[in-house]
Design a protein around this ligand. Structure first.
Ligand code: GRG
Length: 327
Protein backbone atom coordinates (compact mmCIF):
# COMPACT_ATOMS: atom_id res chain seq x y z
CA UNK A 1 0.00 0.00 0.00
CA UNK A 2 1.25 3.48 -0.82
CA UNK A 3 1.62 6.14 1.86
CA UNK A 4 -1.12 8.78 1.96
CA UNK A 5 0.70 11.37 4.10
CA UNK A 6 1.36 14.77 2.54
CA UNK A 7 4.96 15.75 1.71
CA UNK A 8 6.62 18.04 4.35
CA UNK A 9 6.73 21.03 2.00
CA UNK A 10 3.54 21.39 -0.02
CA UNK A 11 4.14 21.55 -3.76
CA UNK A 12 2.23 24.32 -5.59
CA UNK A 13 -1.27 23.05 -6.32
CA UNK A 14 -1.31 23.01 -10.08
CA UNK A 15 -4.65 21.26 -10.03
CA UNK A 16 -6.38 24.14 -8.24
CA UNK A 17 -5.13 26.53 -10.89
CA UNK A 18 -6.24 24.15 -13.65
CA UNK A 19 -9.62 23.66 -11.92
CA UNK A 20 -10.19 27.41 -12.13
CA UNK A 21 -9.39 27.22 -15.83
CA UNK A 22 -11.88 24.34 -16.15
CA UNK A 23 -14.53 26.50 -14.47
CA UNK A 24 -13.85 29.17 -17.10
CA UNK A 25 -14.26 26.61 -19.90
CA UNK A 26 -17.51 25.44 -18.28
CA UNK A 27 -18.85 28.98 -18.09
CA UNK A 28 -17.92 29.75 -21.72
CA UNK A 29 -19.32 26.51 -23.16
CA UNK A 30 -22.62 26.82 -21.30
CA UNK A 31 -23.69 29.70 -23.48
CA UNK A 32 -26.74 29.19 -25.65
CA UNK A 33 -28.95 31.43 -27.80
CA UNK A 34 -31.89 30.10 -25.86
CA UNK A 35 -32.45 32.01 -22.62
CA UNK A 36 -34.10 29.15 -20.69
CA UNK A 37 -31.12 26.87 -21.41
CA UNK A 38 -28.74 29.51 -20.09
CA UNK A 39 -30.88 30.01 -17.01
CA UNK A 40 -31.31 26.35 -16.06
CA UNK A 41 -27.80 25.17 -16.90
CA UNK A 42 -26.27 28.01 -14.90
CA UNK A 43 -28.69 27.27 -12.05
CA UNK A 44 -27.52 23.66 -11.72
CA UNK A 45 -23.83 24.13 -12.53
CA UNK A 46 -23.61 27.35 -10.51
CA UNK A 47 -24.86 25.45 -7.44
CA UNK A 48 -21.38 24.00 -7.18
CA UNK A 49 -20.78 20.32 -6.82
CA UNK A 50 -17.54 18.69 -5.85
CA UNK A 51 -16.09 18.55 -9.39
CA UNK A 52 -14.50 15.16 -8.68
CA UNK A 53 -14.67 13.81 -12.23
CA UNK A 54 -12.88 16.81 -13.83
CA UNK A 55 -10.27 16.57 -11.06
CA UNK A 56 -9.59 12.97 -12.12
CA UNK A 57 -8.95 14.04 -15.73
CA UNK A 58 -6.53 16.71 -14.52
CA UNK A 59 -4.72 14.58 -11.94
CA UNK A 60 -4.14 11.64 -14.27
CA UNK A 61 -2.99 14.01 -17.06
CA UNK A 62 -0.59 15.67 -14.63
CA UNK A 63 0.64 12.38 -13.17
CA UNK A 64 1.53 11.22 -16.69
CA UNK A 65 3.07 14.52 -17.78
CA UNK A 66 0.38 15.88 -20.13
CA UNK A 67 -0.48 19.59 -19.78
CA UNK A 68 -2.15 20.47 -23.11
CA UNK A 69 -5.42 22.49 -23.23
CA UNK A 70 -7.36 19.36 -24.26
CA UNK A 71 -7.32 18.24 -20.61
CA UNK A 72 -9.30 21.35 -19.61
CA UNK A 73 -11.86 20.79 -22.36
CA UNK A 74 -12.32 17.11 -21.41
CA UNK A 75 -12.52 17.95 -17.73
CA UNK A 76 -15.43 20.26 -18.59
CA UNK A 77 -16.93 17.53 -20.81
CA UNK A 78 -17.13 14.99 -17.98
CA UNK A 79 -18.71 17.59 -15.67
CA UNK A 80 -21.32 18.36 -18.38
CA UNK A 81 -22.12 14.67 -18.80
CA UNK A 82 -22.33 14.28 -15.02
CA UNK A 83 -24.67 17.28 -14.79
CA UNK A 84 -26.87 15.96 -17.61
CA UNK A 85 -27.27 12.67 -15.71
CA UNK A 86 -28.18 14.54 -12.52
CA UNK A 87 -30.86 16.54 -14.32
CA UNK A 88 -32.35 13.36 -15.78
CA UNK A 89 -31.98 11.38 -12.56
CA UNK A 90 -33.78 13.97 -10.45
CA UNK A 91 -36.74 13.79 -12.84
CA UNK A 92 -36.76 9.97 -12.76
CA UNK A 93 -36.54 9.95 -8.95
CA UNK A 94 -38.86 12.95 -8.49
CA UNK A 95 -36.20 14.46 -6.20
CA UNK A 96 -36.82 17.86 -4.63
CA UNK A 97 -33.39 18.82 -3.27
CA UNK A 98 -29.93 18.75 -4.87
CA UNK A 99 -26.74 20.56 -3.88
CA UNK A 100 -28.67 22.25 -1.08
CA UNK A 101 -31.19 23.86 -3.42
CA UNK A 102 -34.52 22.91 -4.96
CA UNK A 103 -33.77 20.61 -7.94
CA UNK A 104 -34.10 22.01 -11.46
CA UNK A 105 -37.24 19.87 -11.93
CA UNK A 106 -38.76 21.40 -8.80
CA UNK A 107 -37.90 24.91 -10.01
CA UNK A 108 -38.53 24.69 -13.75
CA UNK A 109 -40.53 21.48 -14.28
CA UNK A 110 -39.69 18.01 -15.63
CA UNK A 111 -39.79 18.82 -19.34
CA UNK A 112 -37.38 21.75 -19.09
CA UNK A 113 -35.03 19.71 -16.90
CA UNK A 114 -34.86 16.74 -19.27
CA UNK A 115 -34.39 18.98 -22.30
CA UNK A 116 -31.61 21.04 -20.72
CA UNK A 117 -29.99 17.74 -19.73
CA UNK A 118 -30.12 16.86 -23.44
CA UNK A 119 -28.51 20.20 -24.27
CA UNK A 120 -25.62 19.63 -21.85
CA UNK A 121 -25.14 16.08 -23.07
CA UNK A 122 -25.03 17.09 -26.73
CA UNK A 123 -22.83 20.14 -25.96
CA UNK A 124 -20.42 17.70 -24.32
CA UNK A 125 -20.30 15.75 -27.59
CA UNK A 126 -19.57 18.94 -29.60
CA UNK A 127 -16.69 19.65 -27.22
CA UNK A 128 -15.21 16.15 -27.33
CA UNK A 129 -15.34 16.14 -31.13
CA UNK A 130 -13.36 19.40 -31.09
CA UNK A 131 -10.52 17.54 -29.32
CA UNK A 132 -10.21 15.50 -32.52
CA UNK A 133 -9.03 12.24 -30.96
CA UNK A 134 -10.85 9.03 -31.90
CA UNK A 135 -9.95 7.16 -28.68
CA UNK A 136 -11.46 10.01 -26.63
CA UNK A 137 -14.74 9.67 -28.54
CA UNK A 138 -14.63 5.91 -28.10
CA UNK A 139 -14.15 6.18 -24.31
CA UNK A 140 -16.92 8.74 -23.82
CA UNK A 141 -19.45 7.20 -26.21
CA UNK A 142 -18.99 3.88 -24.42
CA UNK A 143 -19.22 5.46 -20.96
CA UNK A 144 -22.45 7.36 -21.63
CA UNK A 145 -24.06 4.27 -23.13
CA UNK A 146 -23.14 2.17 -20.08
CA UNK A 147 -24.42 4.88 -17.70
CA UNK A 148 -27.81 4.80 -19.43
CA UNK A 149 -27.83 0.98 -19.23
CA UNK A 150 -27.07 1.20 -15.50
CA UNK A 151 -29.98 3.54 -14.93
CA UNK A 152 -32.36 1.18 -16.76
CA UNK A 153 -31.00 -1.81 -14.84
CA UNK A 154 -31.65 0.08 -11.62
CA UNK A 155 -35.21 0.77 -12.74
CA UNK A 156 -35.70 -2.98 -13.28
CA UNK A 157 -34.36 -3.68 -9.78
CA UNK A 158 -36.71 -1.27 -8.00
CA UNK A 159 -38.98 -2.89 -5.42
CA UNK A 160 -37.05 -6.17 -5.61
CA UNK A 161 -36.29 -7.37 -2.06
CA UNK A 162 -34.37 -10.38 -3.43
CA UNK A 163 -31.74 -8.27 -5.20
CA UNK A 164 -28.25 -9.71 -4.63
CA UNK A 165 -25.22 -7.69 -3.62
CA UNK A 166 -23.63 -8.69 -6.94
CA UNK A 167 -26.58 -7.22 -8.89
CA UNK A 168 -26.42 -4.04 -6.78
CA UNK A 169 -22.68 -3.73 -7.53
CA UNK A 170 -23.30 -4.19 -11.25
CA UNK A 171 -25.72 -1.25 -11.27
CA UNK A 172 -23.34 1.09 -9.48
CA UNK A 173 -20.39 0.08 -11.66
CA UNK A 174 -22.52 1.07 -14.65
CA UNK A 175 -24.38 4.16 -13.47
CA UNK A 176 -21.62 5.82 -11.40
CA UNK A 177 -18.24 4.11 -11.62
CA UNK A 178 -18.21 4.17 -15.42
CA UNK A 179 -17.87 7.96 -15.61
CA UNK A 180 -15.12 7.95 -12.95
CA UNK A 181 -13.38 5.23 -14.96
CA UNK A 182 -13.70 7.21 -18.19
CA UNK A 183 -12.41 10.40 -16.51
CA UNK A 184 -9.31 8.65 -15.20
CA UNK A 185 -8.76 6.83 -18.50
CA UNK A 186 -8.98 10.10 -20.47
CA UNK A 187 -5.96 11.49 -18.60
CA UNK A 188 -3.99 8.40 -19.64
CA UNK A 189 -5.25 8.54 -23.25
CA UNK A 190 -4.27 12.22 -23.59
CA UNK A 191 -0.83 11.45 -22.20
CA UNK A 192 -0.36 8.58 -24.66
CA UNK A 193 0.20 6.08 -21.82
CA UNK A 194 0.84 2.40 -22.48
CA UNK A 195 -2.16 0.05 -22.49
CA UNK A 196 -1.05 -1.32 -19.13
CA UNK A 197 -0.85 2.09 -17.44
CA UNK A 198 -4.15 3.14 -19.04
CA UNK A 199 -5.86 0.07 -17.56
CA UNK A 200 -4.42 0.83 -14.11
CA UNK A 201 -5.77 4.41 -14.31
CA UNK A 202 -9.16 3.14 -15.49
CA UNK A 203 -9.18 0.55 -12.69
CA UNK A 204 -8.49 3.27 -10.12
CA UNK A 205 -11.43 5.30 -11.48
CA UNK A 206 -13.72 2.28 -11.47
CA UNK A 207 -12.87 1.33 -7.88
CA UNK A 208 -13.05 4.95 -6.66
CA UNK A 209 -16.42 5.43 -8.38
CA UNK A 210 -17.75 2.23 -6.84
CA UNK A 211 -16.61 3.35 -3.37
CA UNK A 212 -18.09 6.78 -4.02
CA UNK A 213 -21.54 5.38 -4.84
CA UNK A 214 -21.43 2.97 -1.88
CA UNK A 215 -20.80 5.98 0.38
CA UNK A 216 -23.54 7.92 -1.44
CA UNK A 217 -25.93 5.10 -0.56
CA UNK A 218 -24.61 5.00 2.99
CA UNK A 219 -25.20 8.74 3.44
CA UNK A 220 -28.80 8.23 2.38
CA UNK A 221 -29.19 6.31 5.67
CA UNK A 222 -26.80 8.05 8.06
CA UNK A 223 -26.27 11.51 6.58
CA UNK A 224 -27.70 14.86 7.49
CA UNK A 225 -30.02 16.37 4.86
CA UNK A 226 -28.70 19.87 5.47
CA UNK A 227 -25.04 18.90 5.15
CA UNK A 228 -25.73 16.52 2.28
CA UNK A 229 -27.76 19.03 0.31
CA UNK A 230 -30.35 16.38 -0.55
CA UNK A 231 -33.04 14.49 1.32
CA UNK A 232 -31.95 11.55 3.47
CA UNK A 233 -34.07 8.36 3.35
CA UNK A 234 -35.13 8.82 -0.29
CA UNK A 235 -33.81 5.40 -1.40
CA UNK A 236 -36.05 3.50 0.98
CA UNK A 237 -39.02 5.76 0.22
CA UNK A 238 -38.55 4.90 -3.46
CA UNK A 239 -38.17 1.16 -2.79
CA UNK A 240 -34.55 1.17 -4.02
CA UNK A 241 -32.55 -1.66 -2.39
CA UNK A 242 -28.99 -0.41 -1.70
CA UNK A 243 -26.05 -1.91 0.20
CA UNK A 244 -26.91 -0.70 3.75
CA UNK A 245 -30.35 -2.29 3.46
CA UNK A 246 -29.12 -5.47 1.77
CA UNK A 247 -26.51 -6.00 4.50
CA UNK A 248 -29.02 -5.22 7.25
CA UNK A 249 -31.44 -7.79 5.80
CA UNK A 250 -28.71 -10.46 5.94
CA UNK A 251 -28.20 -9.71 9.65
CA UNK A 252 -31.76 -9.02 10.85
CA UNK A 253 -34.29 -11.31 12.55
CA UNK A 254 -37.06 -12.98 10.51
CA UNK A 255 -39.68 -10.42 11.53
CA UNK A 256 -37.35 -7.48 10.90
CA UNK A 257 -36.51 -8.90 7.49
CA UNK A 258 -40.22 -9.14 6.70
CA UNK A 259 -40.63 -5.44 7.60
CA UNK A 260 -37.75 -4.46 5.30
CA UNK A 261 -38.97 -6.63 2.44
CA UNK A 262 -42.39 -4.96 2.65
CA UNK A 263 -40.82 -1.48 2.62
CA UNK A 264 -38.78 -2.30 -0.51
CA UNK A 265 -41.80 -3.83 -2.25
CA UNK A 266 -44.11 -0.94 -1.41
CA UNK A 267 -41.59 1.93 -1.19
CA UNK A 268 -43.27 3.90 1.53
CA UNK A 269 -42.55 6.28 4.36
CA UNK A 270 -44.21 3.97 6.90
CA UNK A 271 -41.69 1.98 8.95
CA UNK A 272 -38.79 4.23 7.90
CA UNK A 273 -37.64 5.03 11.44
CA UNK A 274 -37.94 1.38 12.57
CA UNK A 275 -35.91 0.26 9.58
CA UNK A 276 -33.31 2.94 10.23
CA UNK A 277 -32.94 1.62 13.78
CA UNK A 278 -32.49 -1.94 12.46
CA UNK A 279 -29.90 -0.82 9.91
CA UNK A 280 -27.95 0.92 12.70
CA UNK A 281 -28.25 -1.89 15.24
CA UNK A 282 -27.10 -4.65 12.86
CA UNK A 283 -23.84 -2.83 12.09
CA UNK A 284 -24.81 -2.61 8.40
CA UNK A 285 -23.61 1.00 8.17
CA UNK A 286 -20.10 0.14 9.36
CA UNK A 287 -20.04 -2.86 7.03
CA UNK A 288 -21.10 -0.61 4.14
CA UNK A 289 -18.29 1.86 4.83
CA UNK A 290 -15.88 -1.05 5.07
CA UNK A 291 -17.00 -2.26 1.63
CA UNK A 292 -16.20 1.22 0.27
CA UNK A 293 -12.82 1.19 1.99
CA UNK A 294 -11.92 -2.13 0.38
CA UNK A 295 -12.65 -0.61 -3.03
CA UNK A 296 -10.40 2.39 -2.36
CA UNK A 297 -7.63 0.11 -1.05
CA UNK A 298 -7.75 -1.60 -4.40
CA UNK A 299 -7.76 1.78 -6.18
CA UNK A 300 -4.68 2.96 -4.23
CA UNK A 301 -2.78 -0.22 -5.05
CA UNK A 302 -3.30 0.43 -8.76
CA UNK A 303 -1.57 3.80 -8.45
CA UNK A 304 1.75 1.96 -8.15
CA UNK A 305 1.68 1.92 -11.95
CA UNK A 306 2.33 5.69 -11.86
CA UNK A 307 5.60 7.41 -10.95
CA UNK A 308 5.61 9.17 -7.59
CA UNK A 309 4.40 12.77 -7.98
CA UNK A 310 2.26 15.43 -6.37
CA UNK A 311 -0.65 14.32 -8.55
CA UNK A 312 -0.33 10.70 -7.44
CA UNK A 313 -0.33 11.77 -3.78
CA UNK A 314 -3.44 13.87 -4.46
CA UNK A 315 -5.14 10.79 -5.95
CA UNK A 316 -4.32 8.80 -2.81
CA UNK A 317 -5.82 11.54 -0.64
CA UNK A 318 -8.89 11.78 -2.88
CA UNK A 319 -9.64 8.11 -2.26
CA UNK A 320 -9.40 8.56 1.52
CA UNK A 321 -11.73 11.57 1.38
CA UNK A 322 -14.21 9.64 -0.80
CA UNK A 323 -14.77 7.13 2.00
CA UNK A 324 -14.90 9.60 4.90
CA UNK A 325 -16.95 12.32 3.25
CA UNK A 326 -20.21 13.55 4.73
CA UNK A 327 -21.57 15.29 1.60
C1 GRG B 1 -27.65 11.62 -19.98
C2 GRG B 1 -25.88 9.83 -20.41
C3 GRG B 1 -27.17 10.22 -19.80
C4 GRG B 1 -27.82 9.26 -19.07
C5 GRG B 1 -29.07 9.43 -18.36
C6 GRG B 1 -30.41 9.35 -15.47
C7 GRG B 1 -29.21 8.66 -16.01
C8 GRG B 1 -29.24 8.22 -17.44
C9 GRG B 1 -28.14 8.37 -15.25
C10 GRG B 1 -28.04 8.78 -13.82
C11 GRG B 1 -26.80 8.25 -13.20
C12 GRG B 1 -26.59 8.82 -11.81
C13 GRG B 1 -27.31 10.04 -11.37
C14 GRG B 1 -25.74 8.25 -10.99
C15 GRG B 1 -25.43 8.77 -9.62
C16 GRG B 1 -24.10 9.42 -9.63
C17 GRG B 1 -23.80 10.20 -8.37
C18 GRG B 1 -23.12 9.52 -7.23
C19 GRG B 1 -24.10 11.48 -8.31
C20 GRG B 1 -23.67 12.38 -7.24
O1 GRG B 1 -22.36 12.80 -7.62
P1 GRG B 1 -21.56 13.91 -6.79
O2 GRG B 1 -21.69 13.65 -5.32
O3 GRG B 1 -22.39 15.21 -7.16
O4 GRG B 1 -20.19 13.98 -7.38
P2 GRG B 1 -21.92 16.73 -7.07
O5 GRG B 1 -23.16 17.48 -6.68
O6 GRG B 1 -20.83 16.84 -6.03
O7 GRG B 1 -21.43 17.09 -8.45
Amino acid sequence: MLETTAPPIAAPDLTDLAMRQVDNVIRERLSSRVALIDQISRYIIGAGGKRIRPRLVLLFSEALGFDGPERLELAAVVEFIHTATLLHDDVVDESALRRGRPTANAMFGNAASVLVGDFLYSRAFQMMVSVNHMRVLDVLADATNVIAEGEVLQLMNMHDPDLSVADYLKVIRFKTAKLFEASARLGAVLAGASAEVEEACAGYGRALGTAFQIVDDLLDYEGDSLELGKNVGDDLREGKPTLPLLLAMERASTSERALMRRAIEQGEEKGLSDILAIVRRTGALDATREAARLETDHACGLLQALPDSRARRALLELSVRAVHRSS
